[in-house]
Structures are given as structure tokens and as C-alpha cells.
Design a protein around this ligand. Structure first.
Ligand SMILES: CC(C)(COP(=O)(O)OP(=O)(O)OC[C@H]1O[C@@H](n2cnc3c(N)ncnc32)[C@H](O)[C@@H]1OP(=O)(O)O)[C@@H](O)C(=O)NCCC(=O)NCCS
Length: 300
């Protein structure tokens, strides 16, 4: 098989849209991410060309002050799958990431995505932790009207200051939102201002729970994507109810919620969640750390 691994450019747009149309029944976010990847100086988008067409792509984004290589959007055109192209691209991007000087590469995937898990394992990645995920169409949502905790909408800086009182709320110091992950440092959190909105609940100067939410554009509409972290079920359900109401009130297509698995029982038994959304779905964070020897700075 003749193929070429190369950087992706605007001239590949049509092939990228074809790939997205053939992925997840058209629910792919790729068309909304593509331009941003090409314009962002922290992004390196690679693809595979066969017979003059781009048939696979994957983006590497340098985050956490360029200490983490975030791998996102691995796609192979449906008609070119199971021929080893994703394996070629994954190896290439991990090697490229090591050359940029990052200390680790990471990505999230659905815990049932066998190909994605296998590809990560083959390049030496390990599963760090899982988080539950659910979707609910806003037409089916029945938010309960009585929040148990007082939630306050705060900016990223205030959130970070409050977070310092309860860093253990977030496993591994890694904040998960909308299938992405960032280390909770001041600069990473401040970089989320304008993209995400934060809600916190503080008691006696200690952060007891928080959530963050953002718009998620997909080909079939806009979803409200949120993550909740809390220290007990009551606080968790308060944030859950708030975000489900928010999604319904603001006429989002659907709500996608991400949560620590310790709250799965509370989530699945909540009357706010429609029956068809009570599924045991989860994402997992994979990571490979580089020794300082393998990570050498070659990229300007
Ligand atoms: C996941 C995806 C990128 C795999 O691409 P691919 O080019 O077909 O993968 P490869 O041919 O390199 O296969 C790598 C390994 O994964 C396995 N694999 C591929 N597709 C698989 C599937 N649907 N189920 C189980 N295993 C699978 C292959 O068997 C192969 O292992 P093997 O050589 O030991 O048999 C492709 O199916 C895709 O674009 N899917 C939709 C988007 C997606 O899920 N992206 C990844 C998560 S964001």
C-alpha cells in the first residue's frame, strides 16, 4: 500500500468533511474543530494521503504550558479502515510529540472503543482513570426544581483560588471536560476563561463542589457539555439538576454530562435522567510519559 504521512492543510478540507460525514452517523465534531486546529500555533495536525486524497488524520495539541501533547480527533475514512493506518498515524504522532519536548502524551476515548484502546496500548500508553458520561435529549429531561446547594457562577480565576482549598476533588489533578483533560494549574485554568463557565459551592471557605460547562458543536446541533465534581451525592445532584435545567432553558439539542464514577448510582437512580440515558457509559484517560532523554526539543 502506497501512502504518505504529512501535515494536513486547508486543501484537505473536502476529504476531512468526507471522513466526518462517514463517522458516528454524522455526529462528529471534526468539522467544527478543523479550522481551529490549522490556525492554532500549538496544534500539529497530521494525516495520511493515498492516491491524492487524505484518508486519515489526528491532531496533536500542546497544552499545560506545552508540557502535555494532547492527541485528539483520530479518524480513518470508513473505506480505508482495518489496514493499519491508525496504527501508523498514532506511532507517528507519539514520536513527533516526544520530539517537541513534552513530558507526556494523553488522550481520552470511550472505554468500549477497542481499536482506540489497543492503539494506545501498542505505543506504551496506560489507562489513568475513567469518568462516567451520559447524554440526554433536552426534550426528555425532567430537571428537579429544588437545588440542595447554592451554586455561584464564578470566573476562571475565582474558581482556581477556590479550588486550592479542595484539590482532592479532582482525581490525579486532571480536570476532564468535553472529552478533554488539563492539569489544574493556574495558567491551564485561566486558559479556559471564555471557553468554559464555572459554578462552585463553597462552605466555610472550602470548595465543596464545582462544575463547568461549555457549548459542544456537532453536525446535528449544539449540546451543553458539562462536568461535575463534588464531595457528596447531594452536591452532585444539585449541579446535575442545574445543568439539565440550563440545557433545557437555553434550548440546547442535548446535554452531555461527565462525572466521577462514584456518583454513578446517584445519577442512574435520579428521576431527572430519562430512562434511555441510564447507560453505563464511560471515558478513559490514557497517558504515556516520556523520559527527559526521549523528549528533546526540536520544534521551534
Ligand atoms: C478507530 C479507528 C481510528 C481505527 O482505524 P483503523 O485504521 O481501522 O485501525 P488499524 O487498522 O490501524 O487497527 C489497529 C488495531 O485496532 C484493531 N481494530 C480496528 N478497528 C477495530 C474495531 N472496529 N474493533 C476492534 N478492533 C479494531 C485492529 O484489529 C488493529 O489490531 P490488529 O492489527 O492486531 O488486528 C477508526 O475505526 C475510526 O476512525 N473510527 C471512528 C473514530 C474513532 O473511534 N476514533 C478513535 C477514538 S477518538
Amino acid at each position: 500500500m502506497d501512502y504518505q504521512v504529512r501535515r494536513v492543510t486547508q486543501s484537505d478540507r473536502e476529504d476531512v468533511m468526507t471522513i466526518a460525514r462517514l463517522t458516528w452517523g454524522g455526529y462528529d465534531y471534526l468539522p467544527f474543530a478543523f479550522d481551529g486546529w490549522l490556525q492554532d500555533p500549538n496544534c500539529y495536525t497530521f494525516g495520511i494521503e493515498i492516491d491524492g486524497h487524505l484518508v486519515a488524520l489526528n491532531n496533536l495539541r500542546l497544552i499545560d504550558d506545552r508540557s502535555t501533547g494532547w492527541m485528539e480527533g483520530l479518524r480513518v475514512n470508513r473505506y480505508h479502515r482495518k489496514r493499519g493506518l491508525a496504527r501508523v498515524l498514532t506511532k507517528h504522532i507519539v514520536e513527533f510529540a516526544a520530539e517537541t519536548g513534552v513530558s507526556r502524551v494523553r488522550y481520552t476515548t470511550d472505554t468500549t472503543n477497542a481499536a482506540s484502546l489497543k492503539l494506545g496500548q501498542e505505543v506504551g500508553m496506560q489507562r489513568i482513570f475513567d469518568m462516567g458520561v451520559f447524554w440526554a435529549g433536552t426534550d426528555k429531561i425532567e430537571p428537579s426544581g429544588r437545588p440542595g446547594r447554592r451554586l455561584v457562577n464564578v470566573n476562571a480565576e475565582t474558581f482556581y483560588e477556590q479550588f486550592l482549598s479542595s484539590p482532592d476533588l479532582v482525581p490525579n489533578g486532571t480536570l476532564i471536560f468535553d472529552w478533554k483533560a488539563v492539569q489544574v494549574t493556574k495558567s491551564s485554568v485561566l486558559a479556559l476563561e471564555g471557553k468554559c463557565r464555572f459554578w462552585t459551592s463553597v462552605r466555610r471557605g472550602v470548595l465543596e463542589s464545582f462544575s463547568l460547562g461549555l457549548d459542544r458543536k456537532e453536525m446535528k446541533g449544539i449540546e451543553w457539555s458539562f462536568t461535575v465534581y463534588a464531595n457528596d451525592d447531594d452536591a452532585f445532584l444539585s449541579h446535575l439538576g442545574y445543568h439539565l435545567s440550563y440545557a433545557k432553558k437555553h434550548k440546547y439539542n442535548a446535554a452531555m454530562g461527565t462525572y466521577p464514577l462514584g456518583f454513578r448510582k446517584a445519577l442512574l437512580s435520579s428521576p431527572m435522567i430519562p430512562k434511555e440515558s441510564r447507560r453505563r457509559f464511560a471515558l478513559t484517560l490514557l497517558e504515556k510519559q516520556f523520559s527527559s532523554k526521549s523528549a528533546r526539543s526540536l520544534v521551534s
